[in-house]
Design a binder for this molecule. Structure first.
Ligand code: UGA
Length: 438
């Protein structure tokens, strides 16, 4: 069986490498030949733990081909579409890439008769498969869905920085489409590959909505704990992590995604929240809760700025160190990172910024160039600083101690992740979610 994966970002490349490591014959296709060349040489364009190793093994085994040649889809039995659906300025998703891929795939389907299953893994608003994707494929292939090919919605739930593990061990498989021979083949494929993983079969719209429901629920859960953390900051002695542990043991709540911080970021949760809000409004529903989640998430950064102003007075000319620019640890991804938003706001206040991040300095430089200072060593990043703000919980920051902090001009720390909550440090210390010590 030959499988093509179209679009080699986090999702596509992780899937390609994992399927190839399970001895499937995989063709990874991306429009960008430079990116393909890099992948063939195992220079992955982003940092993802474990991906390099599994990719190396799969390429060595010769069951993974990486190419920009879309004609290779024509001999495949399955095609996974994993191209991006980025955010437009109005909050909607950009469908240009998926439309282009479907047009090209459709043209190649015209020339052969192997009736592939086409899995749509890209995140798309409910109705997109029915109203946009199927018509494009039918028009360009001259064939009918569920006859000449079978489209199935198959949303993805993997997390960056855990992509390989999540691809190997998904918590669920969602298959959206009609009950046809294509659906039966898909079910057999997934149940063999992932025995004991529940398969949810539903229609296109519900499968598309499951993805948005998942991400908007996670965003809401994080925002709930963030809101409580703000309340806790005004209850002397209280600790948001103890509260999270306490409620997390209730199986109806669950302990994950209760880690309070500066707000959710990344390339998915903010984008999917905006798209869902926009979609709800377009069909006449005012998403009151989702709007409140978005606003509360935005306010987290404003709260940090207010605290800074309260403690430092004007921020103009003040030297502030940002520890962590990646949107979470173990990635170099800074897309929609809360750190980047914070730095932009601090620069507007004319603060002088120095940043440290173990992996994301290169990407951070692409945004700020000479406007800020970049340091590879924590101790250098802290030199002459009047405040350090821990934004991302890199394990490196667990090691912060009085010696590393000695060169700070004003020993003042805002800890958005409570990394140093239990330390005895000679600093003025504020943490998101911790009430004043009593
Ligand atoms: C998210 C979802 O978790 C995945 O299930 C989904 O597949 C993916 O989006 C996607 O749609 O592609 P990801 O963007 O990799 O995954 O990031 P998360 O691990 O969900 O973290 C998102 C943000 O929430 C980060 O800024 C993180 O720091 C923050 N977060 C997360 C918290 O502040 N507290 C938490 O307890 C958890």
């Amino acid at each position: 069986m030959k499988i093509a994966i179209v679009g080699l970002g986090f999702v596509g490349l992780s899937l390609a490498a994992v399927l190839a490591s399970k001895n499937k014959s995989i063709i990874g296709i991306d429009i960008d030949e430079k990116k393909c060349e890099k992948i063939r040489n195992i220079t992955i364009p982003f940092y993802e733990p474990g991906l390099e190793n599994i990719l190396k093994t799969s390429l060595k085994k010769n069951n993974l081909i990486i190419s920009n040649d879309f004609s290779l889809v024509k001999n495949c039995d399955m095609v996974f579409v994993t191209v991006g659906t980025p955010q437009k300025s109005n909050g909607q998703i950009e469908l240009a890439m998926i439309k282009k891929s479907m047009t090209t795939i459709g043209k190649f389907l015209k020339k052969n008769n192997n009736k592939p299953i086409i899995f749509i893994k890209s995140t798309v608003i409910p109705g997109t498969i029915q109203n946009v994707i199927i018509p494009i494929l039918e028009k360009n292939s001259g064939k009918k869905n569920n006859n000449g090919f079978g489209i199935i919605s198959n949303p993805e739930f993997l997390q960056e920085s855990n992509a390989i593990h999540n691809t190997k061990f998904p918590h669920a498989i969602v298959l959206g489409g009609e009950d046809t021979k294509f659906m039966k083949r898909a079910e057999t494929f997934f149940s063999k590959m992932y025995s004991n993983v529940p398969i949810i079969k539903t229609n296109y719209q519900s499968a598309e909505m499951i993805k948005y429901a998942n991400n908007s629920f996670l965003a809401t859960k994080i925002t709930f704990i963030n809101q409580l953390s703000n309340i806790c900051q005004n209850i002397p002695g209280s600790n948001i992590d103890d509260i999270a542990r306490g409620i997390g043991l209730d199986p109806r709540i669950g302990k994950l995604f209760l880690n309070a911080g500066p707000g959710y970021g990344g390339s998915c949760l903010p984008k999917d929240m905006k798209a869902l809000i926009n979609f709800s409004e377009s069909i006449g529903i005012t998403p009151t809760l989702l709007n409140a989640v978005e606003k509360t998430n935005r306010d987290q950064i404003n709260n940090i700025i207010s605290l800074l102003k309260k403690k430092l007075g004007t921020l103009s000319g003040k030297k502030i160190t940002i520890l962590g620019t990646a949107f979470k640890p173990n990635t170099d991804d800074i897309r929609d990172s809360k750190s980047i938003e914070l730095i932009k706001k601090l620069l507007k206040n004319n603060a002088k910024i120095t940043v440290h991040d173990p992996k994301a300095l290169g990407n951070t430089k692409k945004i700020f160039n000479q406007k800020i200072r970049y340091e590879n060593l924590i101790v250098d990043a802290l030199e002459t600083s009047q405040c350090a703000i821990i934004m991302t919980h890199w394990s490196e920051y667990d090691k912060l101690n009085n010696k590393l902090l000695r060169k700070m001009k004003k020993k003042f720390i805002i800890d958005c992740r409570r990394v140093l909550a239990d330390r005895k440090l000679d600093v003025q210390y504020y943490a998101i979610g911790l009430g004043k010590k009593i």
